[in-house]
Design a protein around this ligand. Structure first.
Ligand code: DGL
Length: 283
């Protein structure tokens, strides 16, 4: 098939991966994104790891069938559970996760006292601890599961007092160990930065650096696929959800202001494949 190269495929359980898609579009203005939010299953964080890996495989296959030129797992838990097998299955198509580049960057801090805030599932895999220590065996890593955060972000309460209280609770063990860098190990968490910074200012003697893996993964994508366009007009990004498209359109407008996009619906088939749902009426 000829024609323009396909979009970059990005996916997550919900709105979190939009932080990755937005970072990608900021750096690569000429590249459109095809985004899939698996809101039928959000949150992923408390689910069995093998179930989440199955979702990541199904979504990745859909993105490849939709002619994506690369896949970015905009989801830490998918990256922690499914990345190596999806990389193998899709080769030579570039498939990237969000953990590796962020772990490398965190490991380079001096002193390397690294805090990681992530979902229960990502913490259970130990992926960040392993990858940070592989890069810097002297690094100290404190990983804290934050089960309240994703539901708060998905329901539009990222700036609430409830979010602040949870942020204070989750950051305390990191402050006790005087972590110098705090990795936002779930792509929903950058939306919580205002409450995280406010909570941290009460807890840390010196404010830590909050590390958002999104920028790191865009750099890794550019290295994997040279020639991605930093300039030029791209067609509007296409956003699909396995949840309610009207609600997702509203969320995307709030979480990704200024980005032109079209929103549609997708659904899971019984054999764990994704299919786009055709829109009924032309607009
Ligand atoms: N945003 C995802 C991550 O980075 C998943 C969050 C969830 O659904 O629990 O891990």
């Amino acid at each position: 098939m000829t024609g323009s190269p396909g979009p970059v495929g990005v996916f997550d359980s919900g709105v979190g991966g939009l932080t990755v898609a937005a970072a990608l579009r900021r750096r690569l203005a000429g590249e459109p994104v095809l985004y899939l939010a698996d809101q039928a299953h959000v949150p992923y964080g408390g689910r069995p790891l093998e179930e989440v890996a199955g979702f990541a495989r199904g979504i990745s296959r859909y993105l490849v069938d939709a002619r994506c030129r690369a896949i970015v797992m905009g989801c830490n838990l998918s990256s922690a559970t499914a990345l190596p097998e999806v990389v193998r299955e899709m080769a030579p198509l570039p498939v990237l996760g969000v953990i590796a580049a962020a772990a490398l960057r965190a490991a380079a801090f001096d002193p390397a006292r690294v805090g990681v805030l992530a979902t229960e599932g990502t913490v259970a895999t130990g992926a960040y601890g392993r990858q940070v220590r592989a890069a810097n065996p002297a690094a100290e890593v404190v990983e804290v599961a934050c089960p309240a955060f994703v539901p708060l972000v998905e329901s539009g309460c990222a700036n609430s007092e409830e979010a602040f209280d949870h942020a204070s609770q989750y950051l305390r063990p990191l402050a006790d160990r005087d972590c110098r860098v705090v990795v936002l190990g779930c792509t929903h968490y950058p939306y919580l930065l205002p409450v995280l910074r406010r909570a941290a200012s009460n807890l840390f003697a010196e404010l830590p650096v909050f590390l958002d893996p999104a920028d790191e993964v865009v750099g890794a994508l550019e290295r994997a696929l040279p020639g991605l366009r930093r300039a030029g007009a791209a067609p509007p990004s296409r956003l699909l959800t396995t949840g309610d498209p009207a609600r997702f359109a509203q969320q995307a407008r709030a979480f990704w202001p200024g980005e032109p996009f079209r929103v549609g619906a997708a659904r899971w088939t019984p054999d764990l494949r994704i299919e786009a749902v055709p829109t009924l009426a032309p607009r």
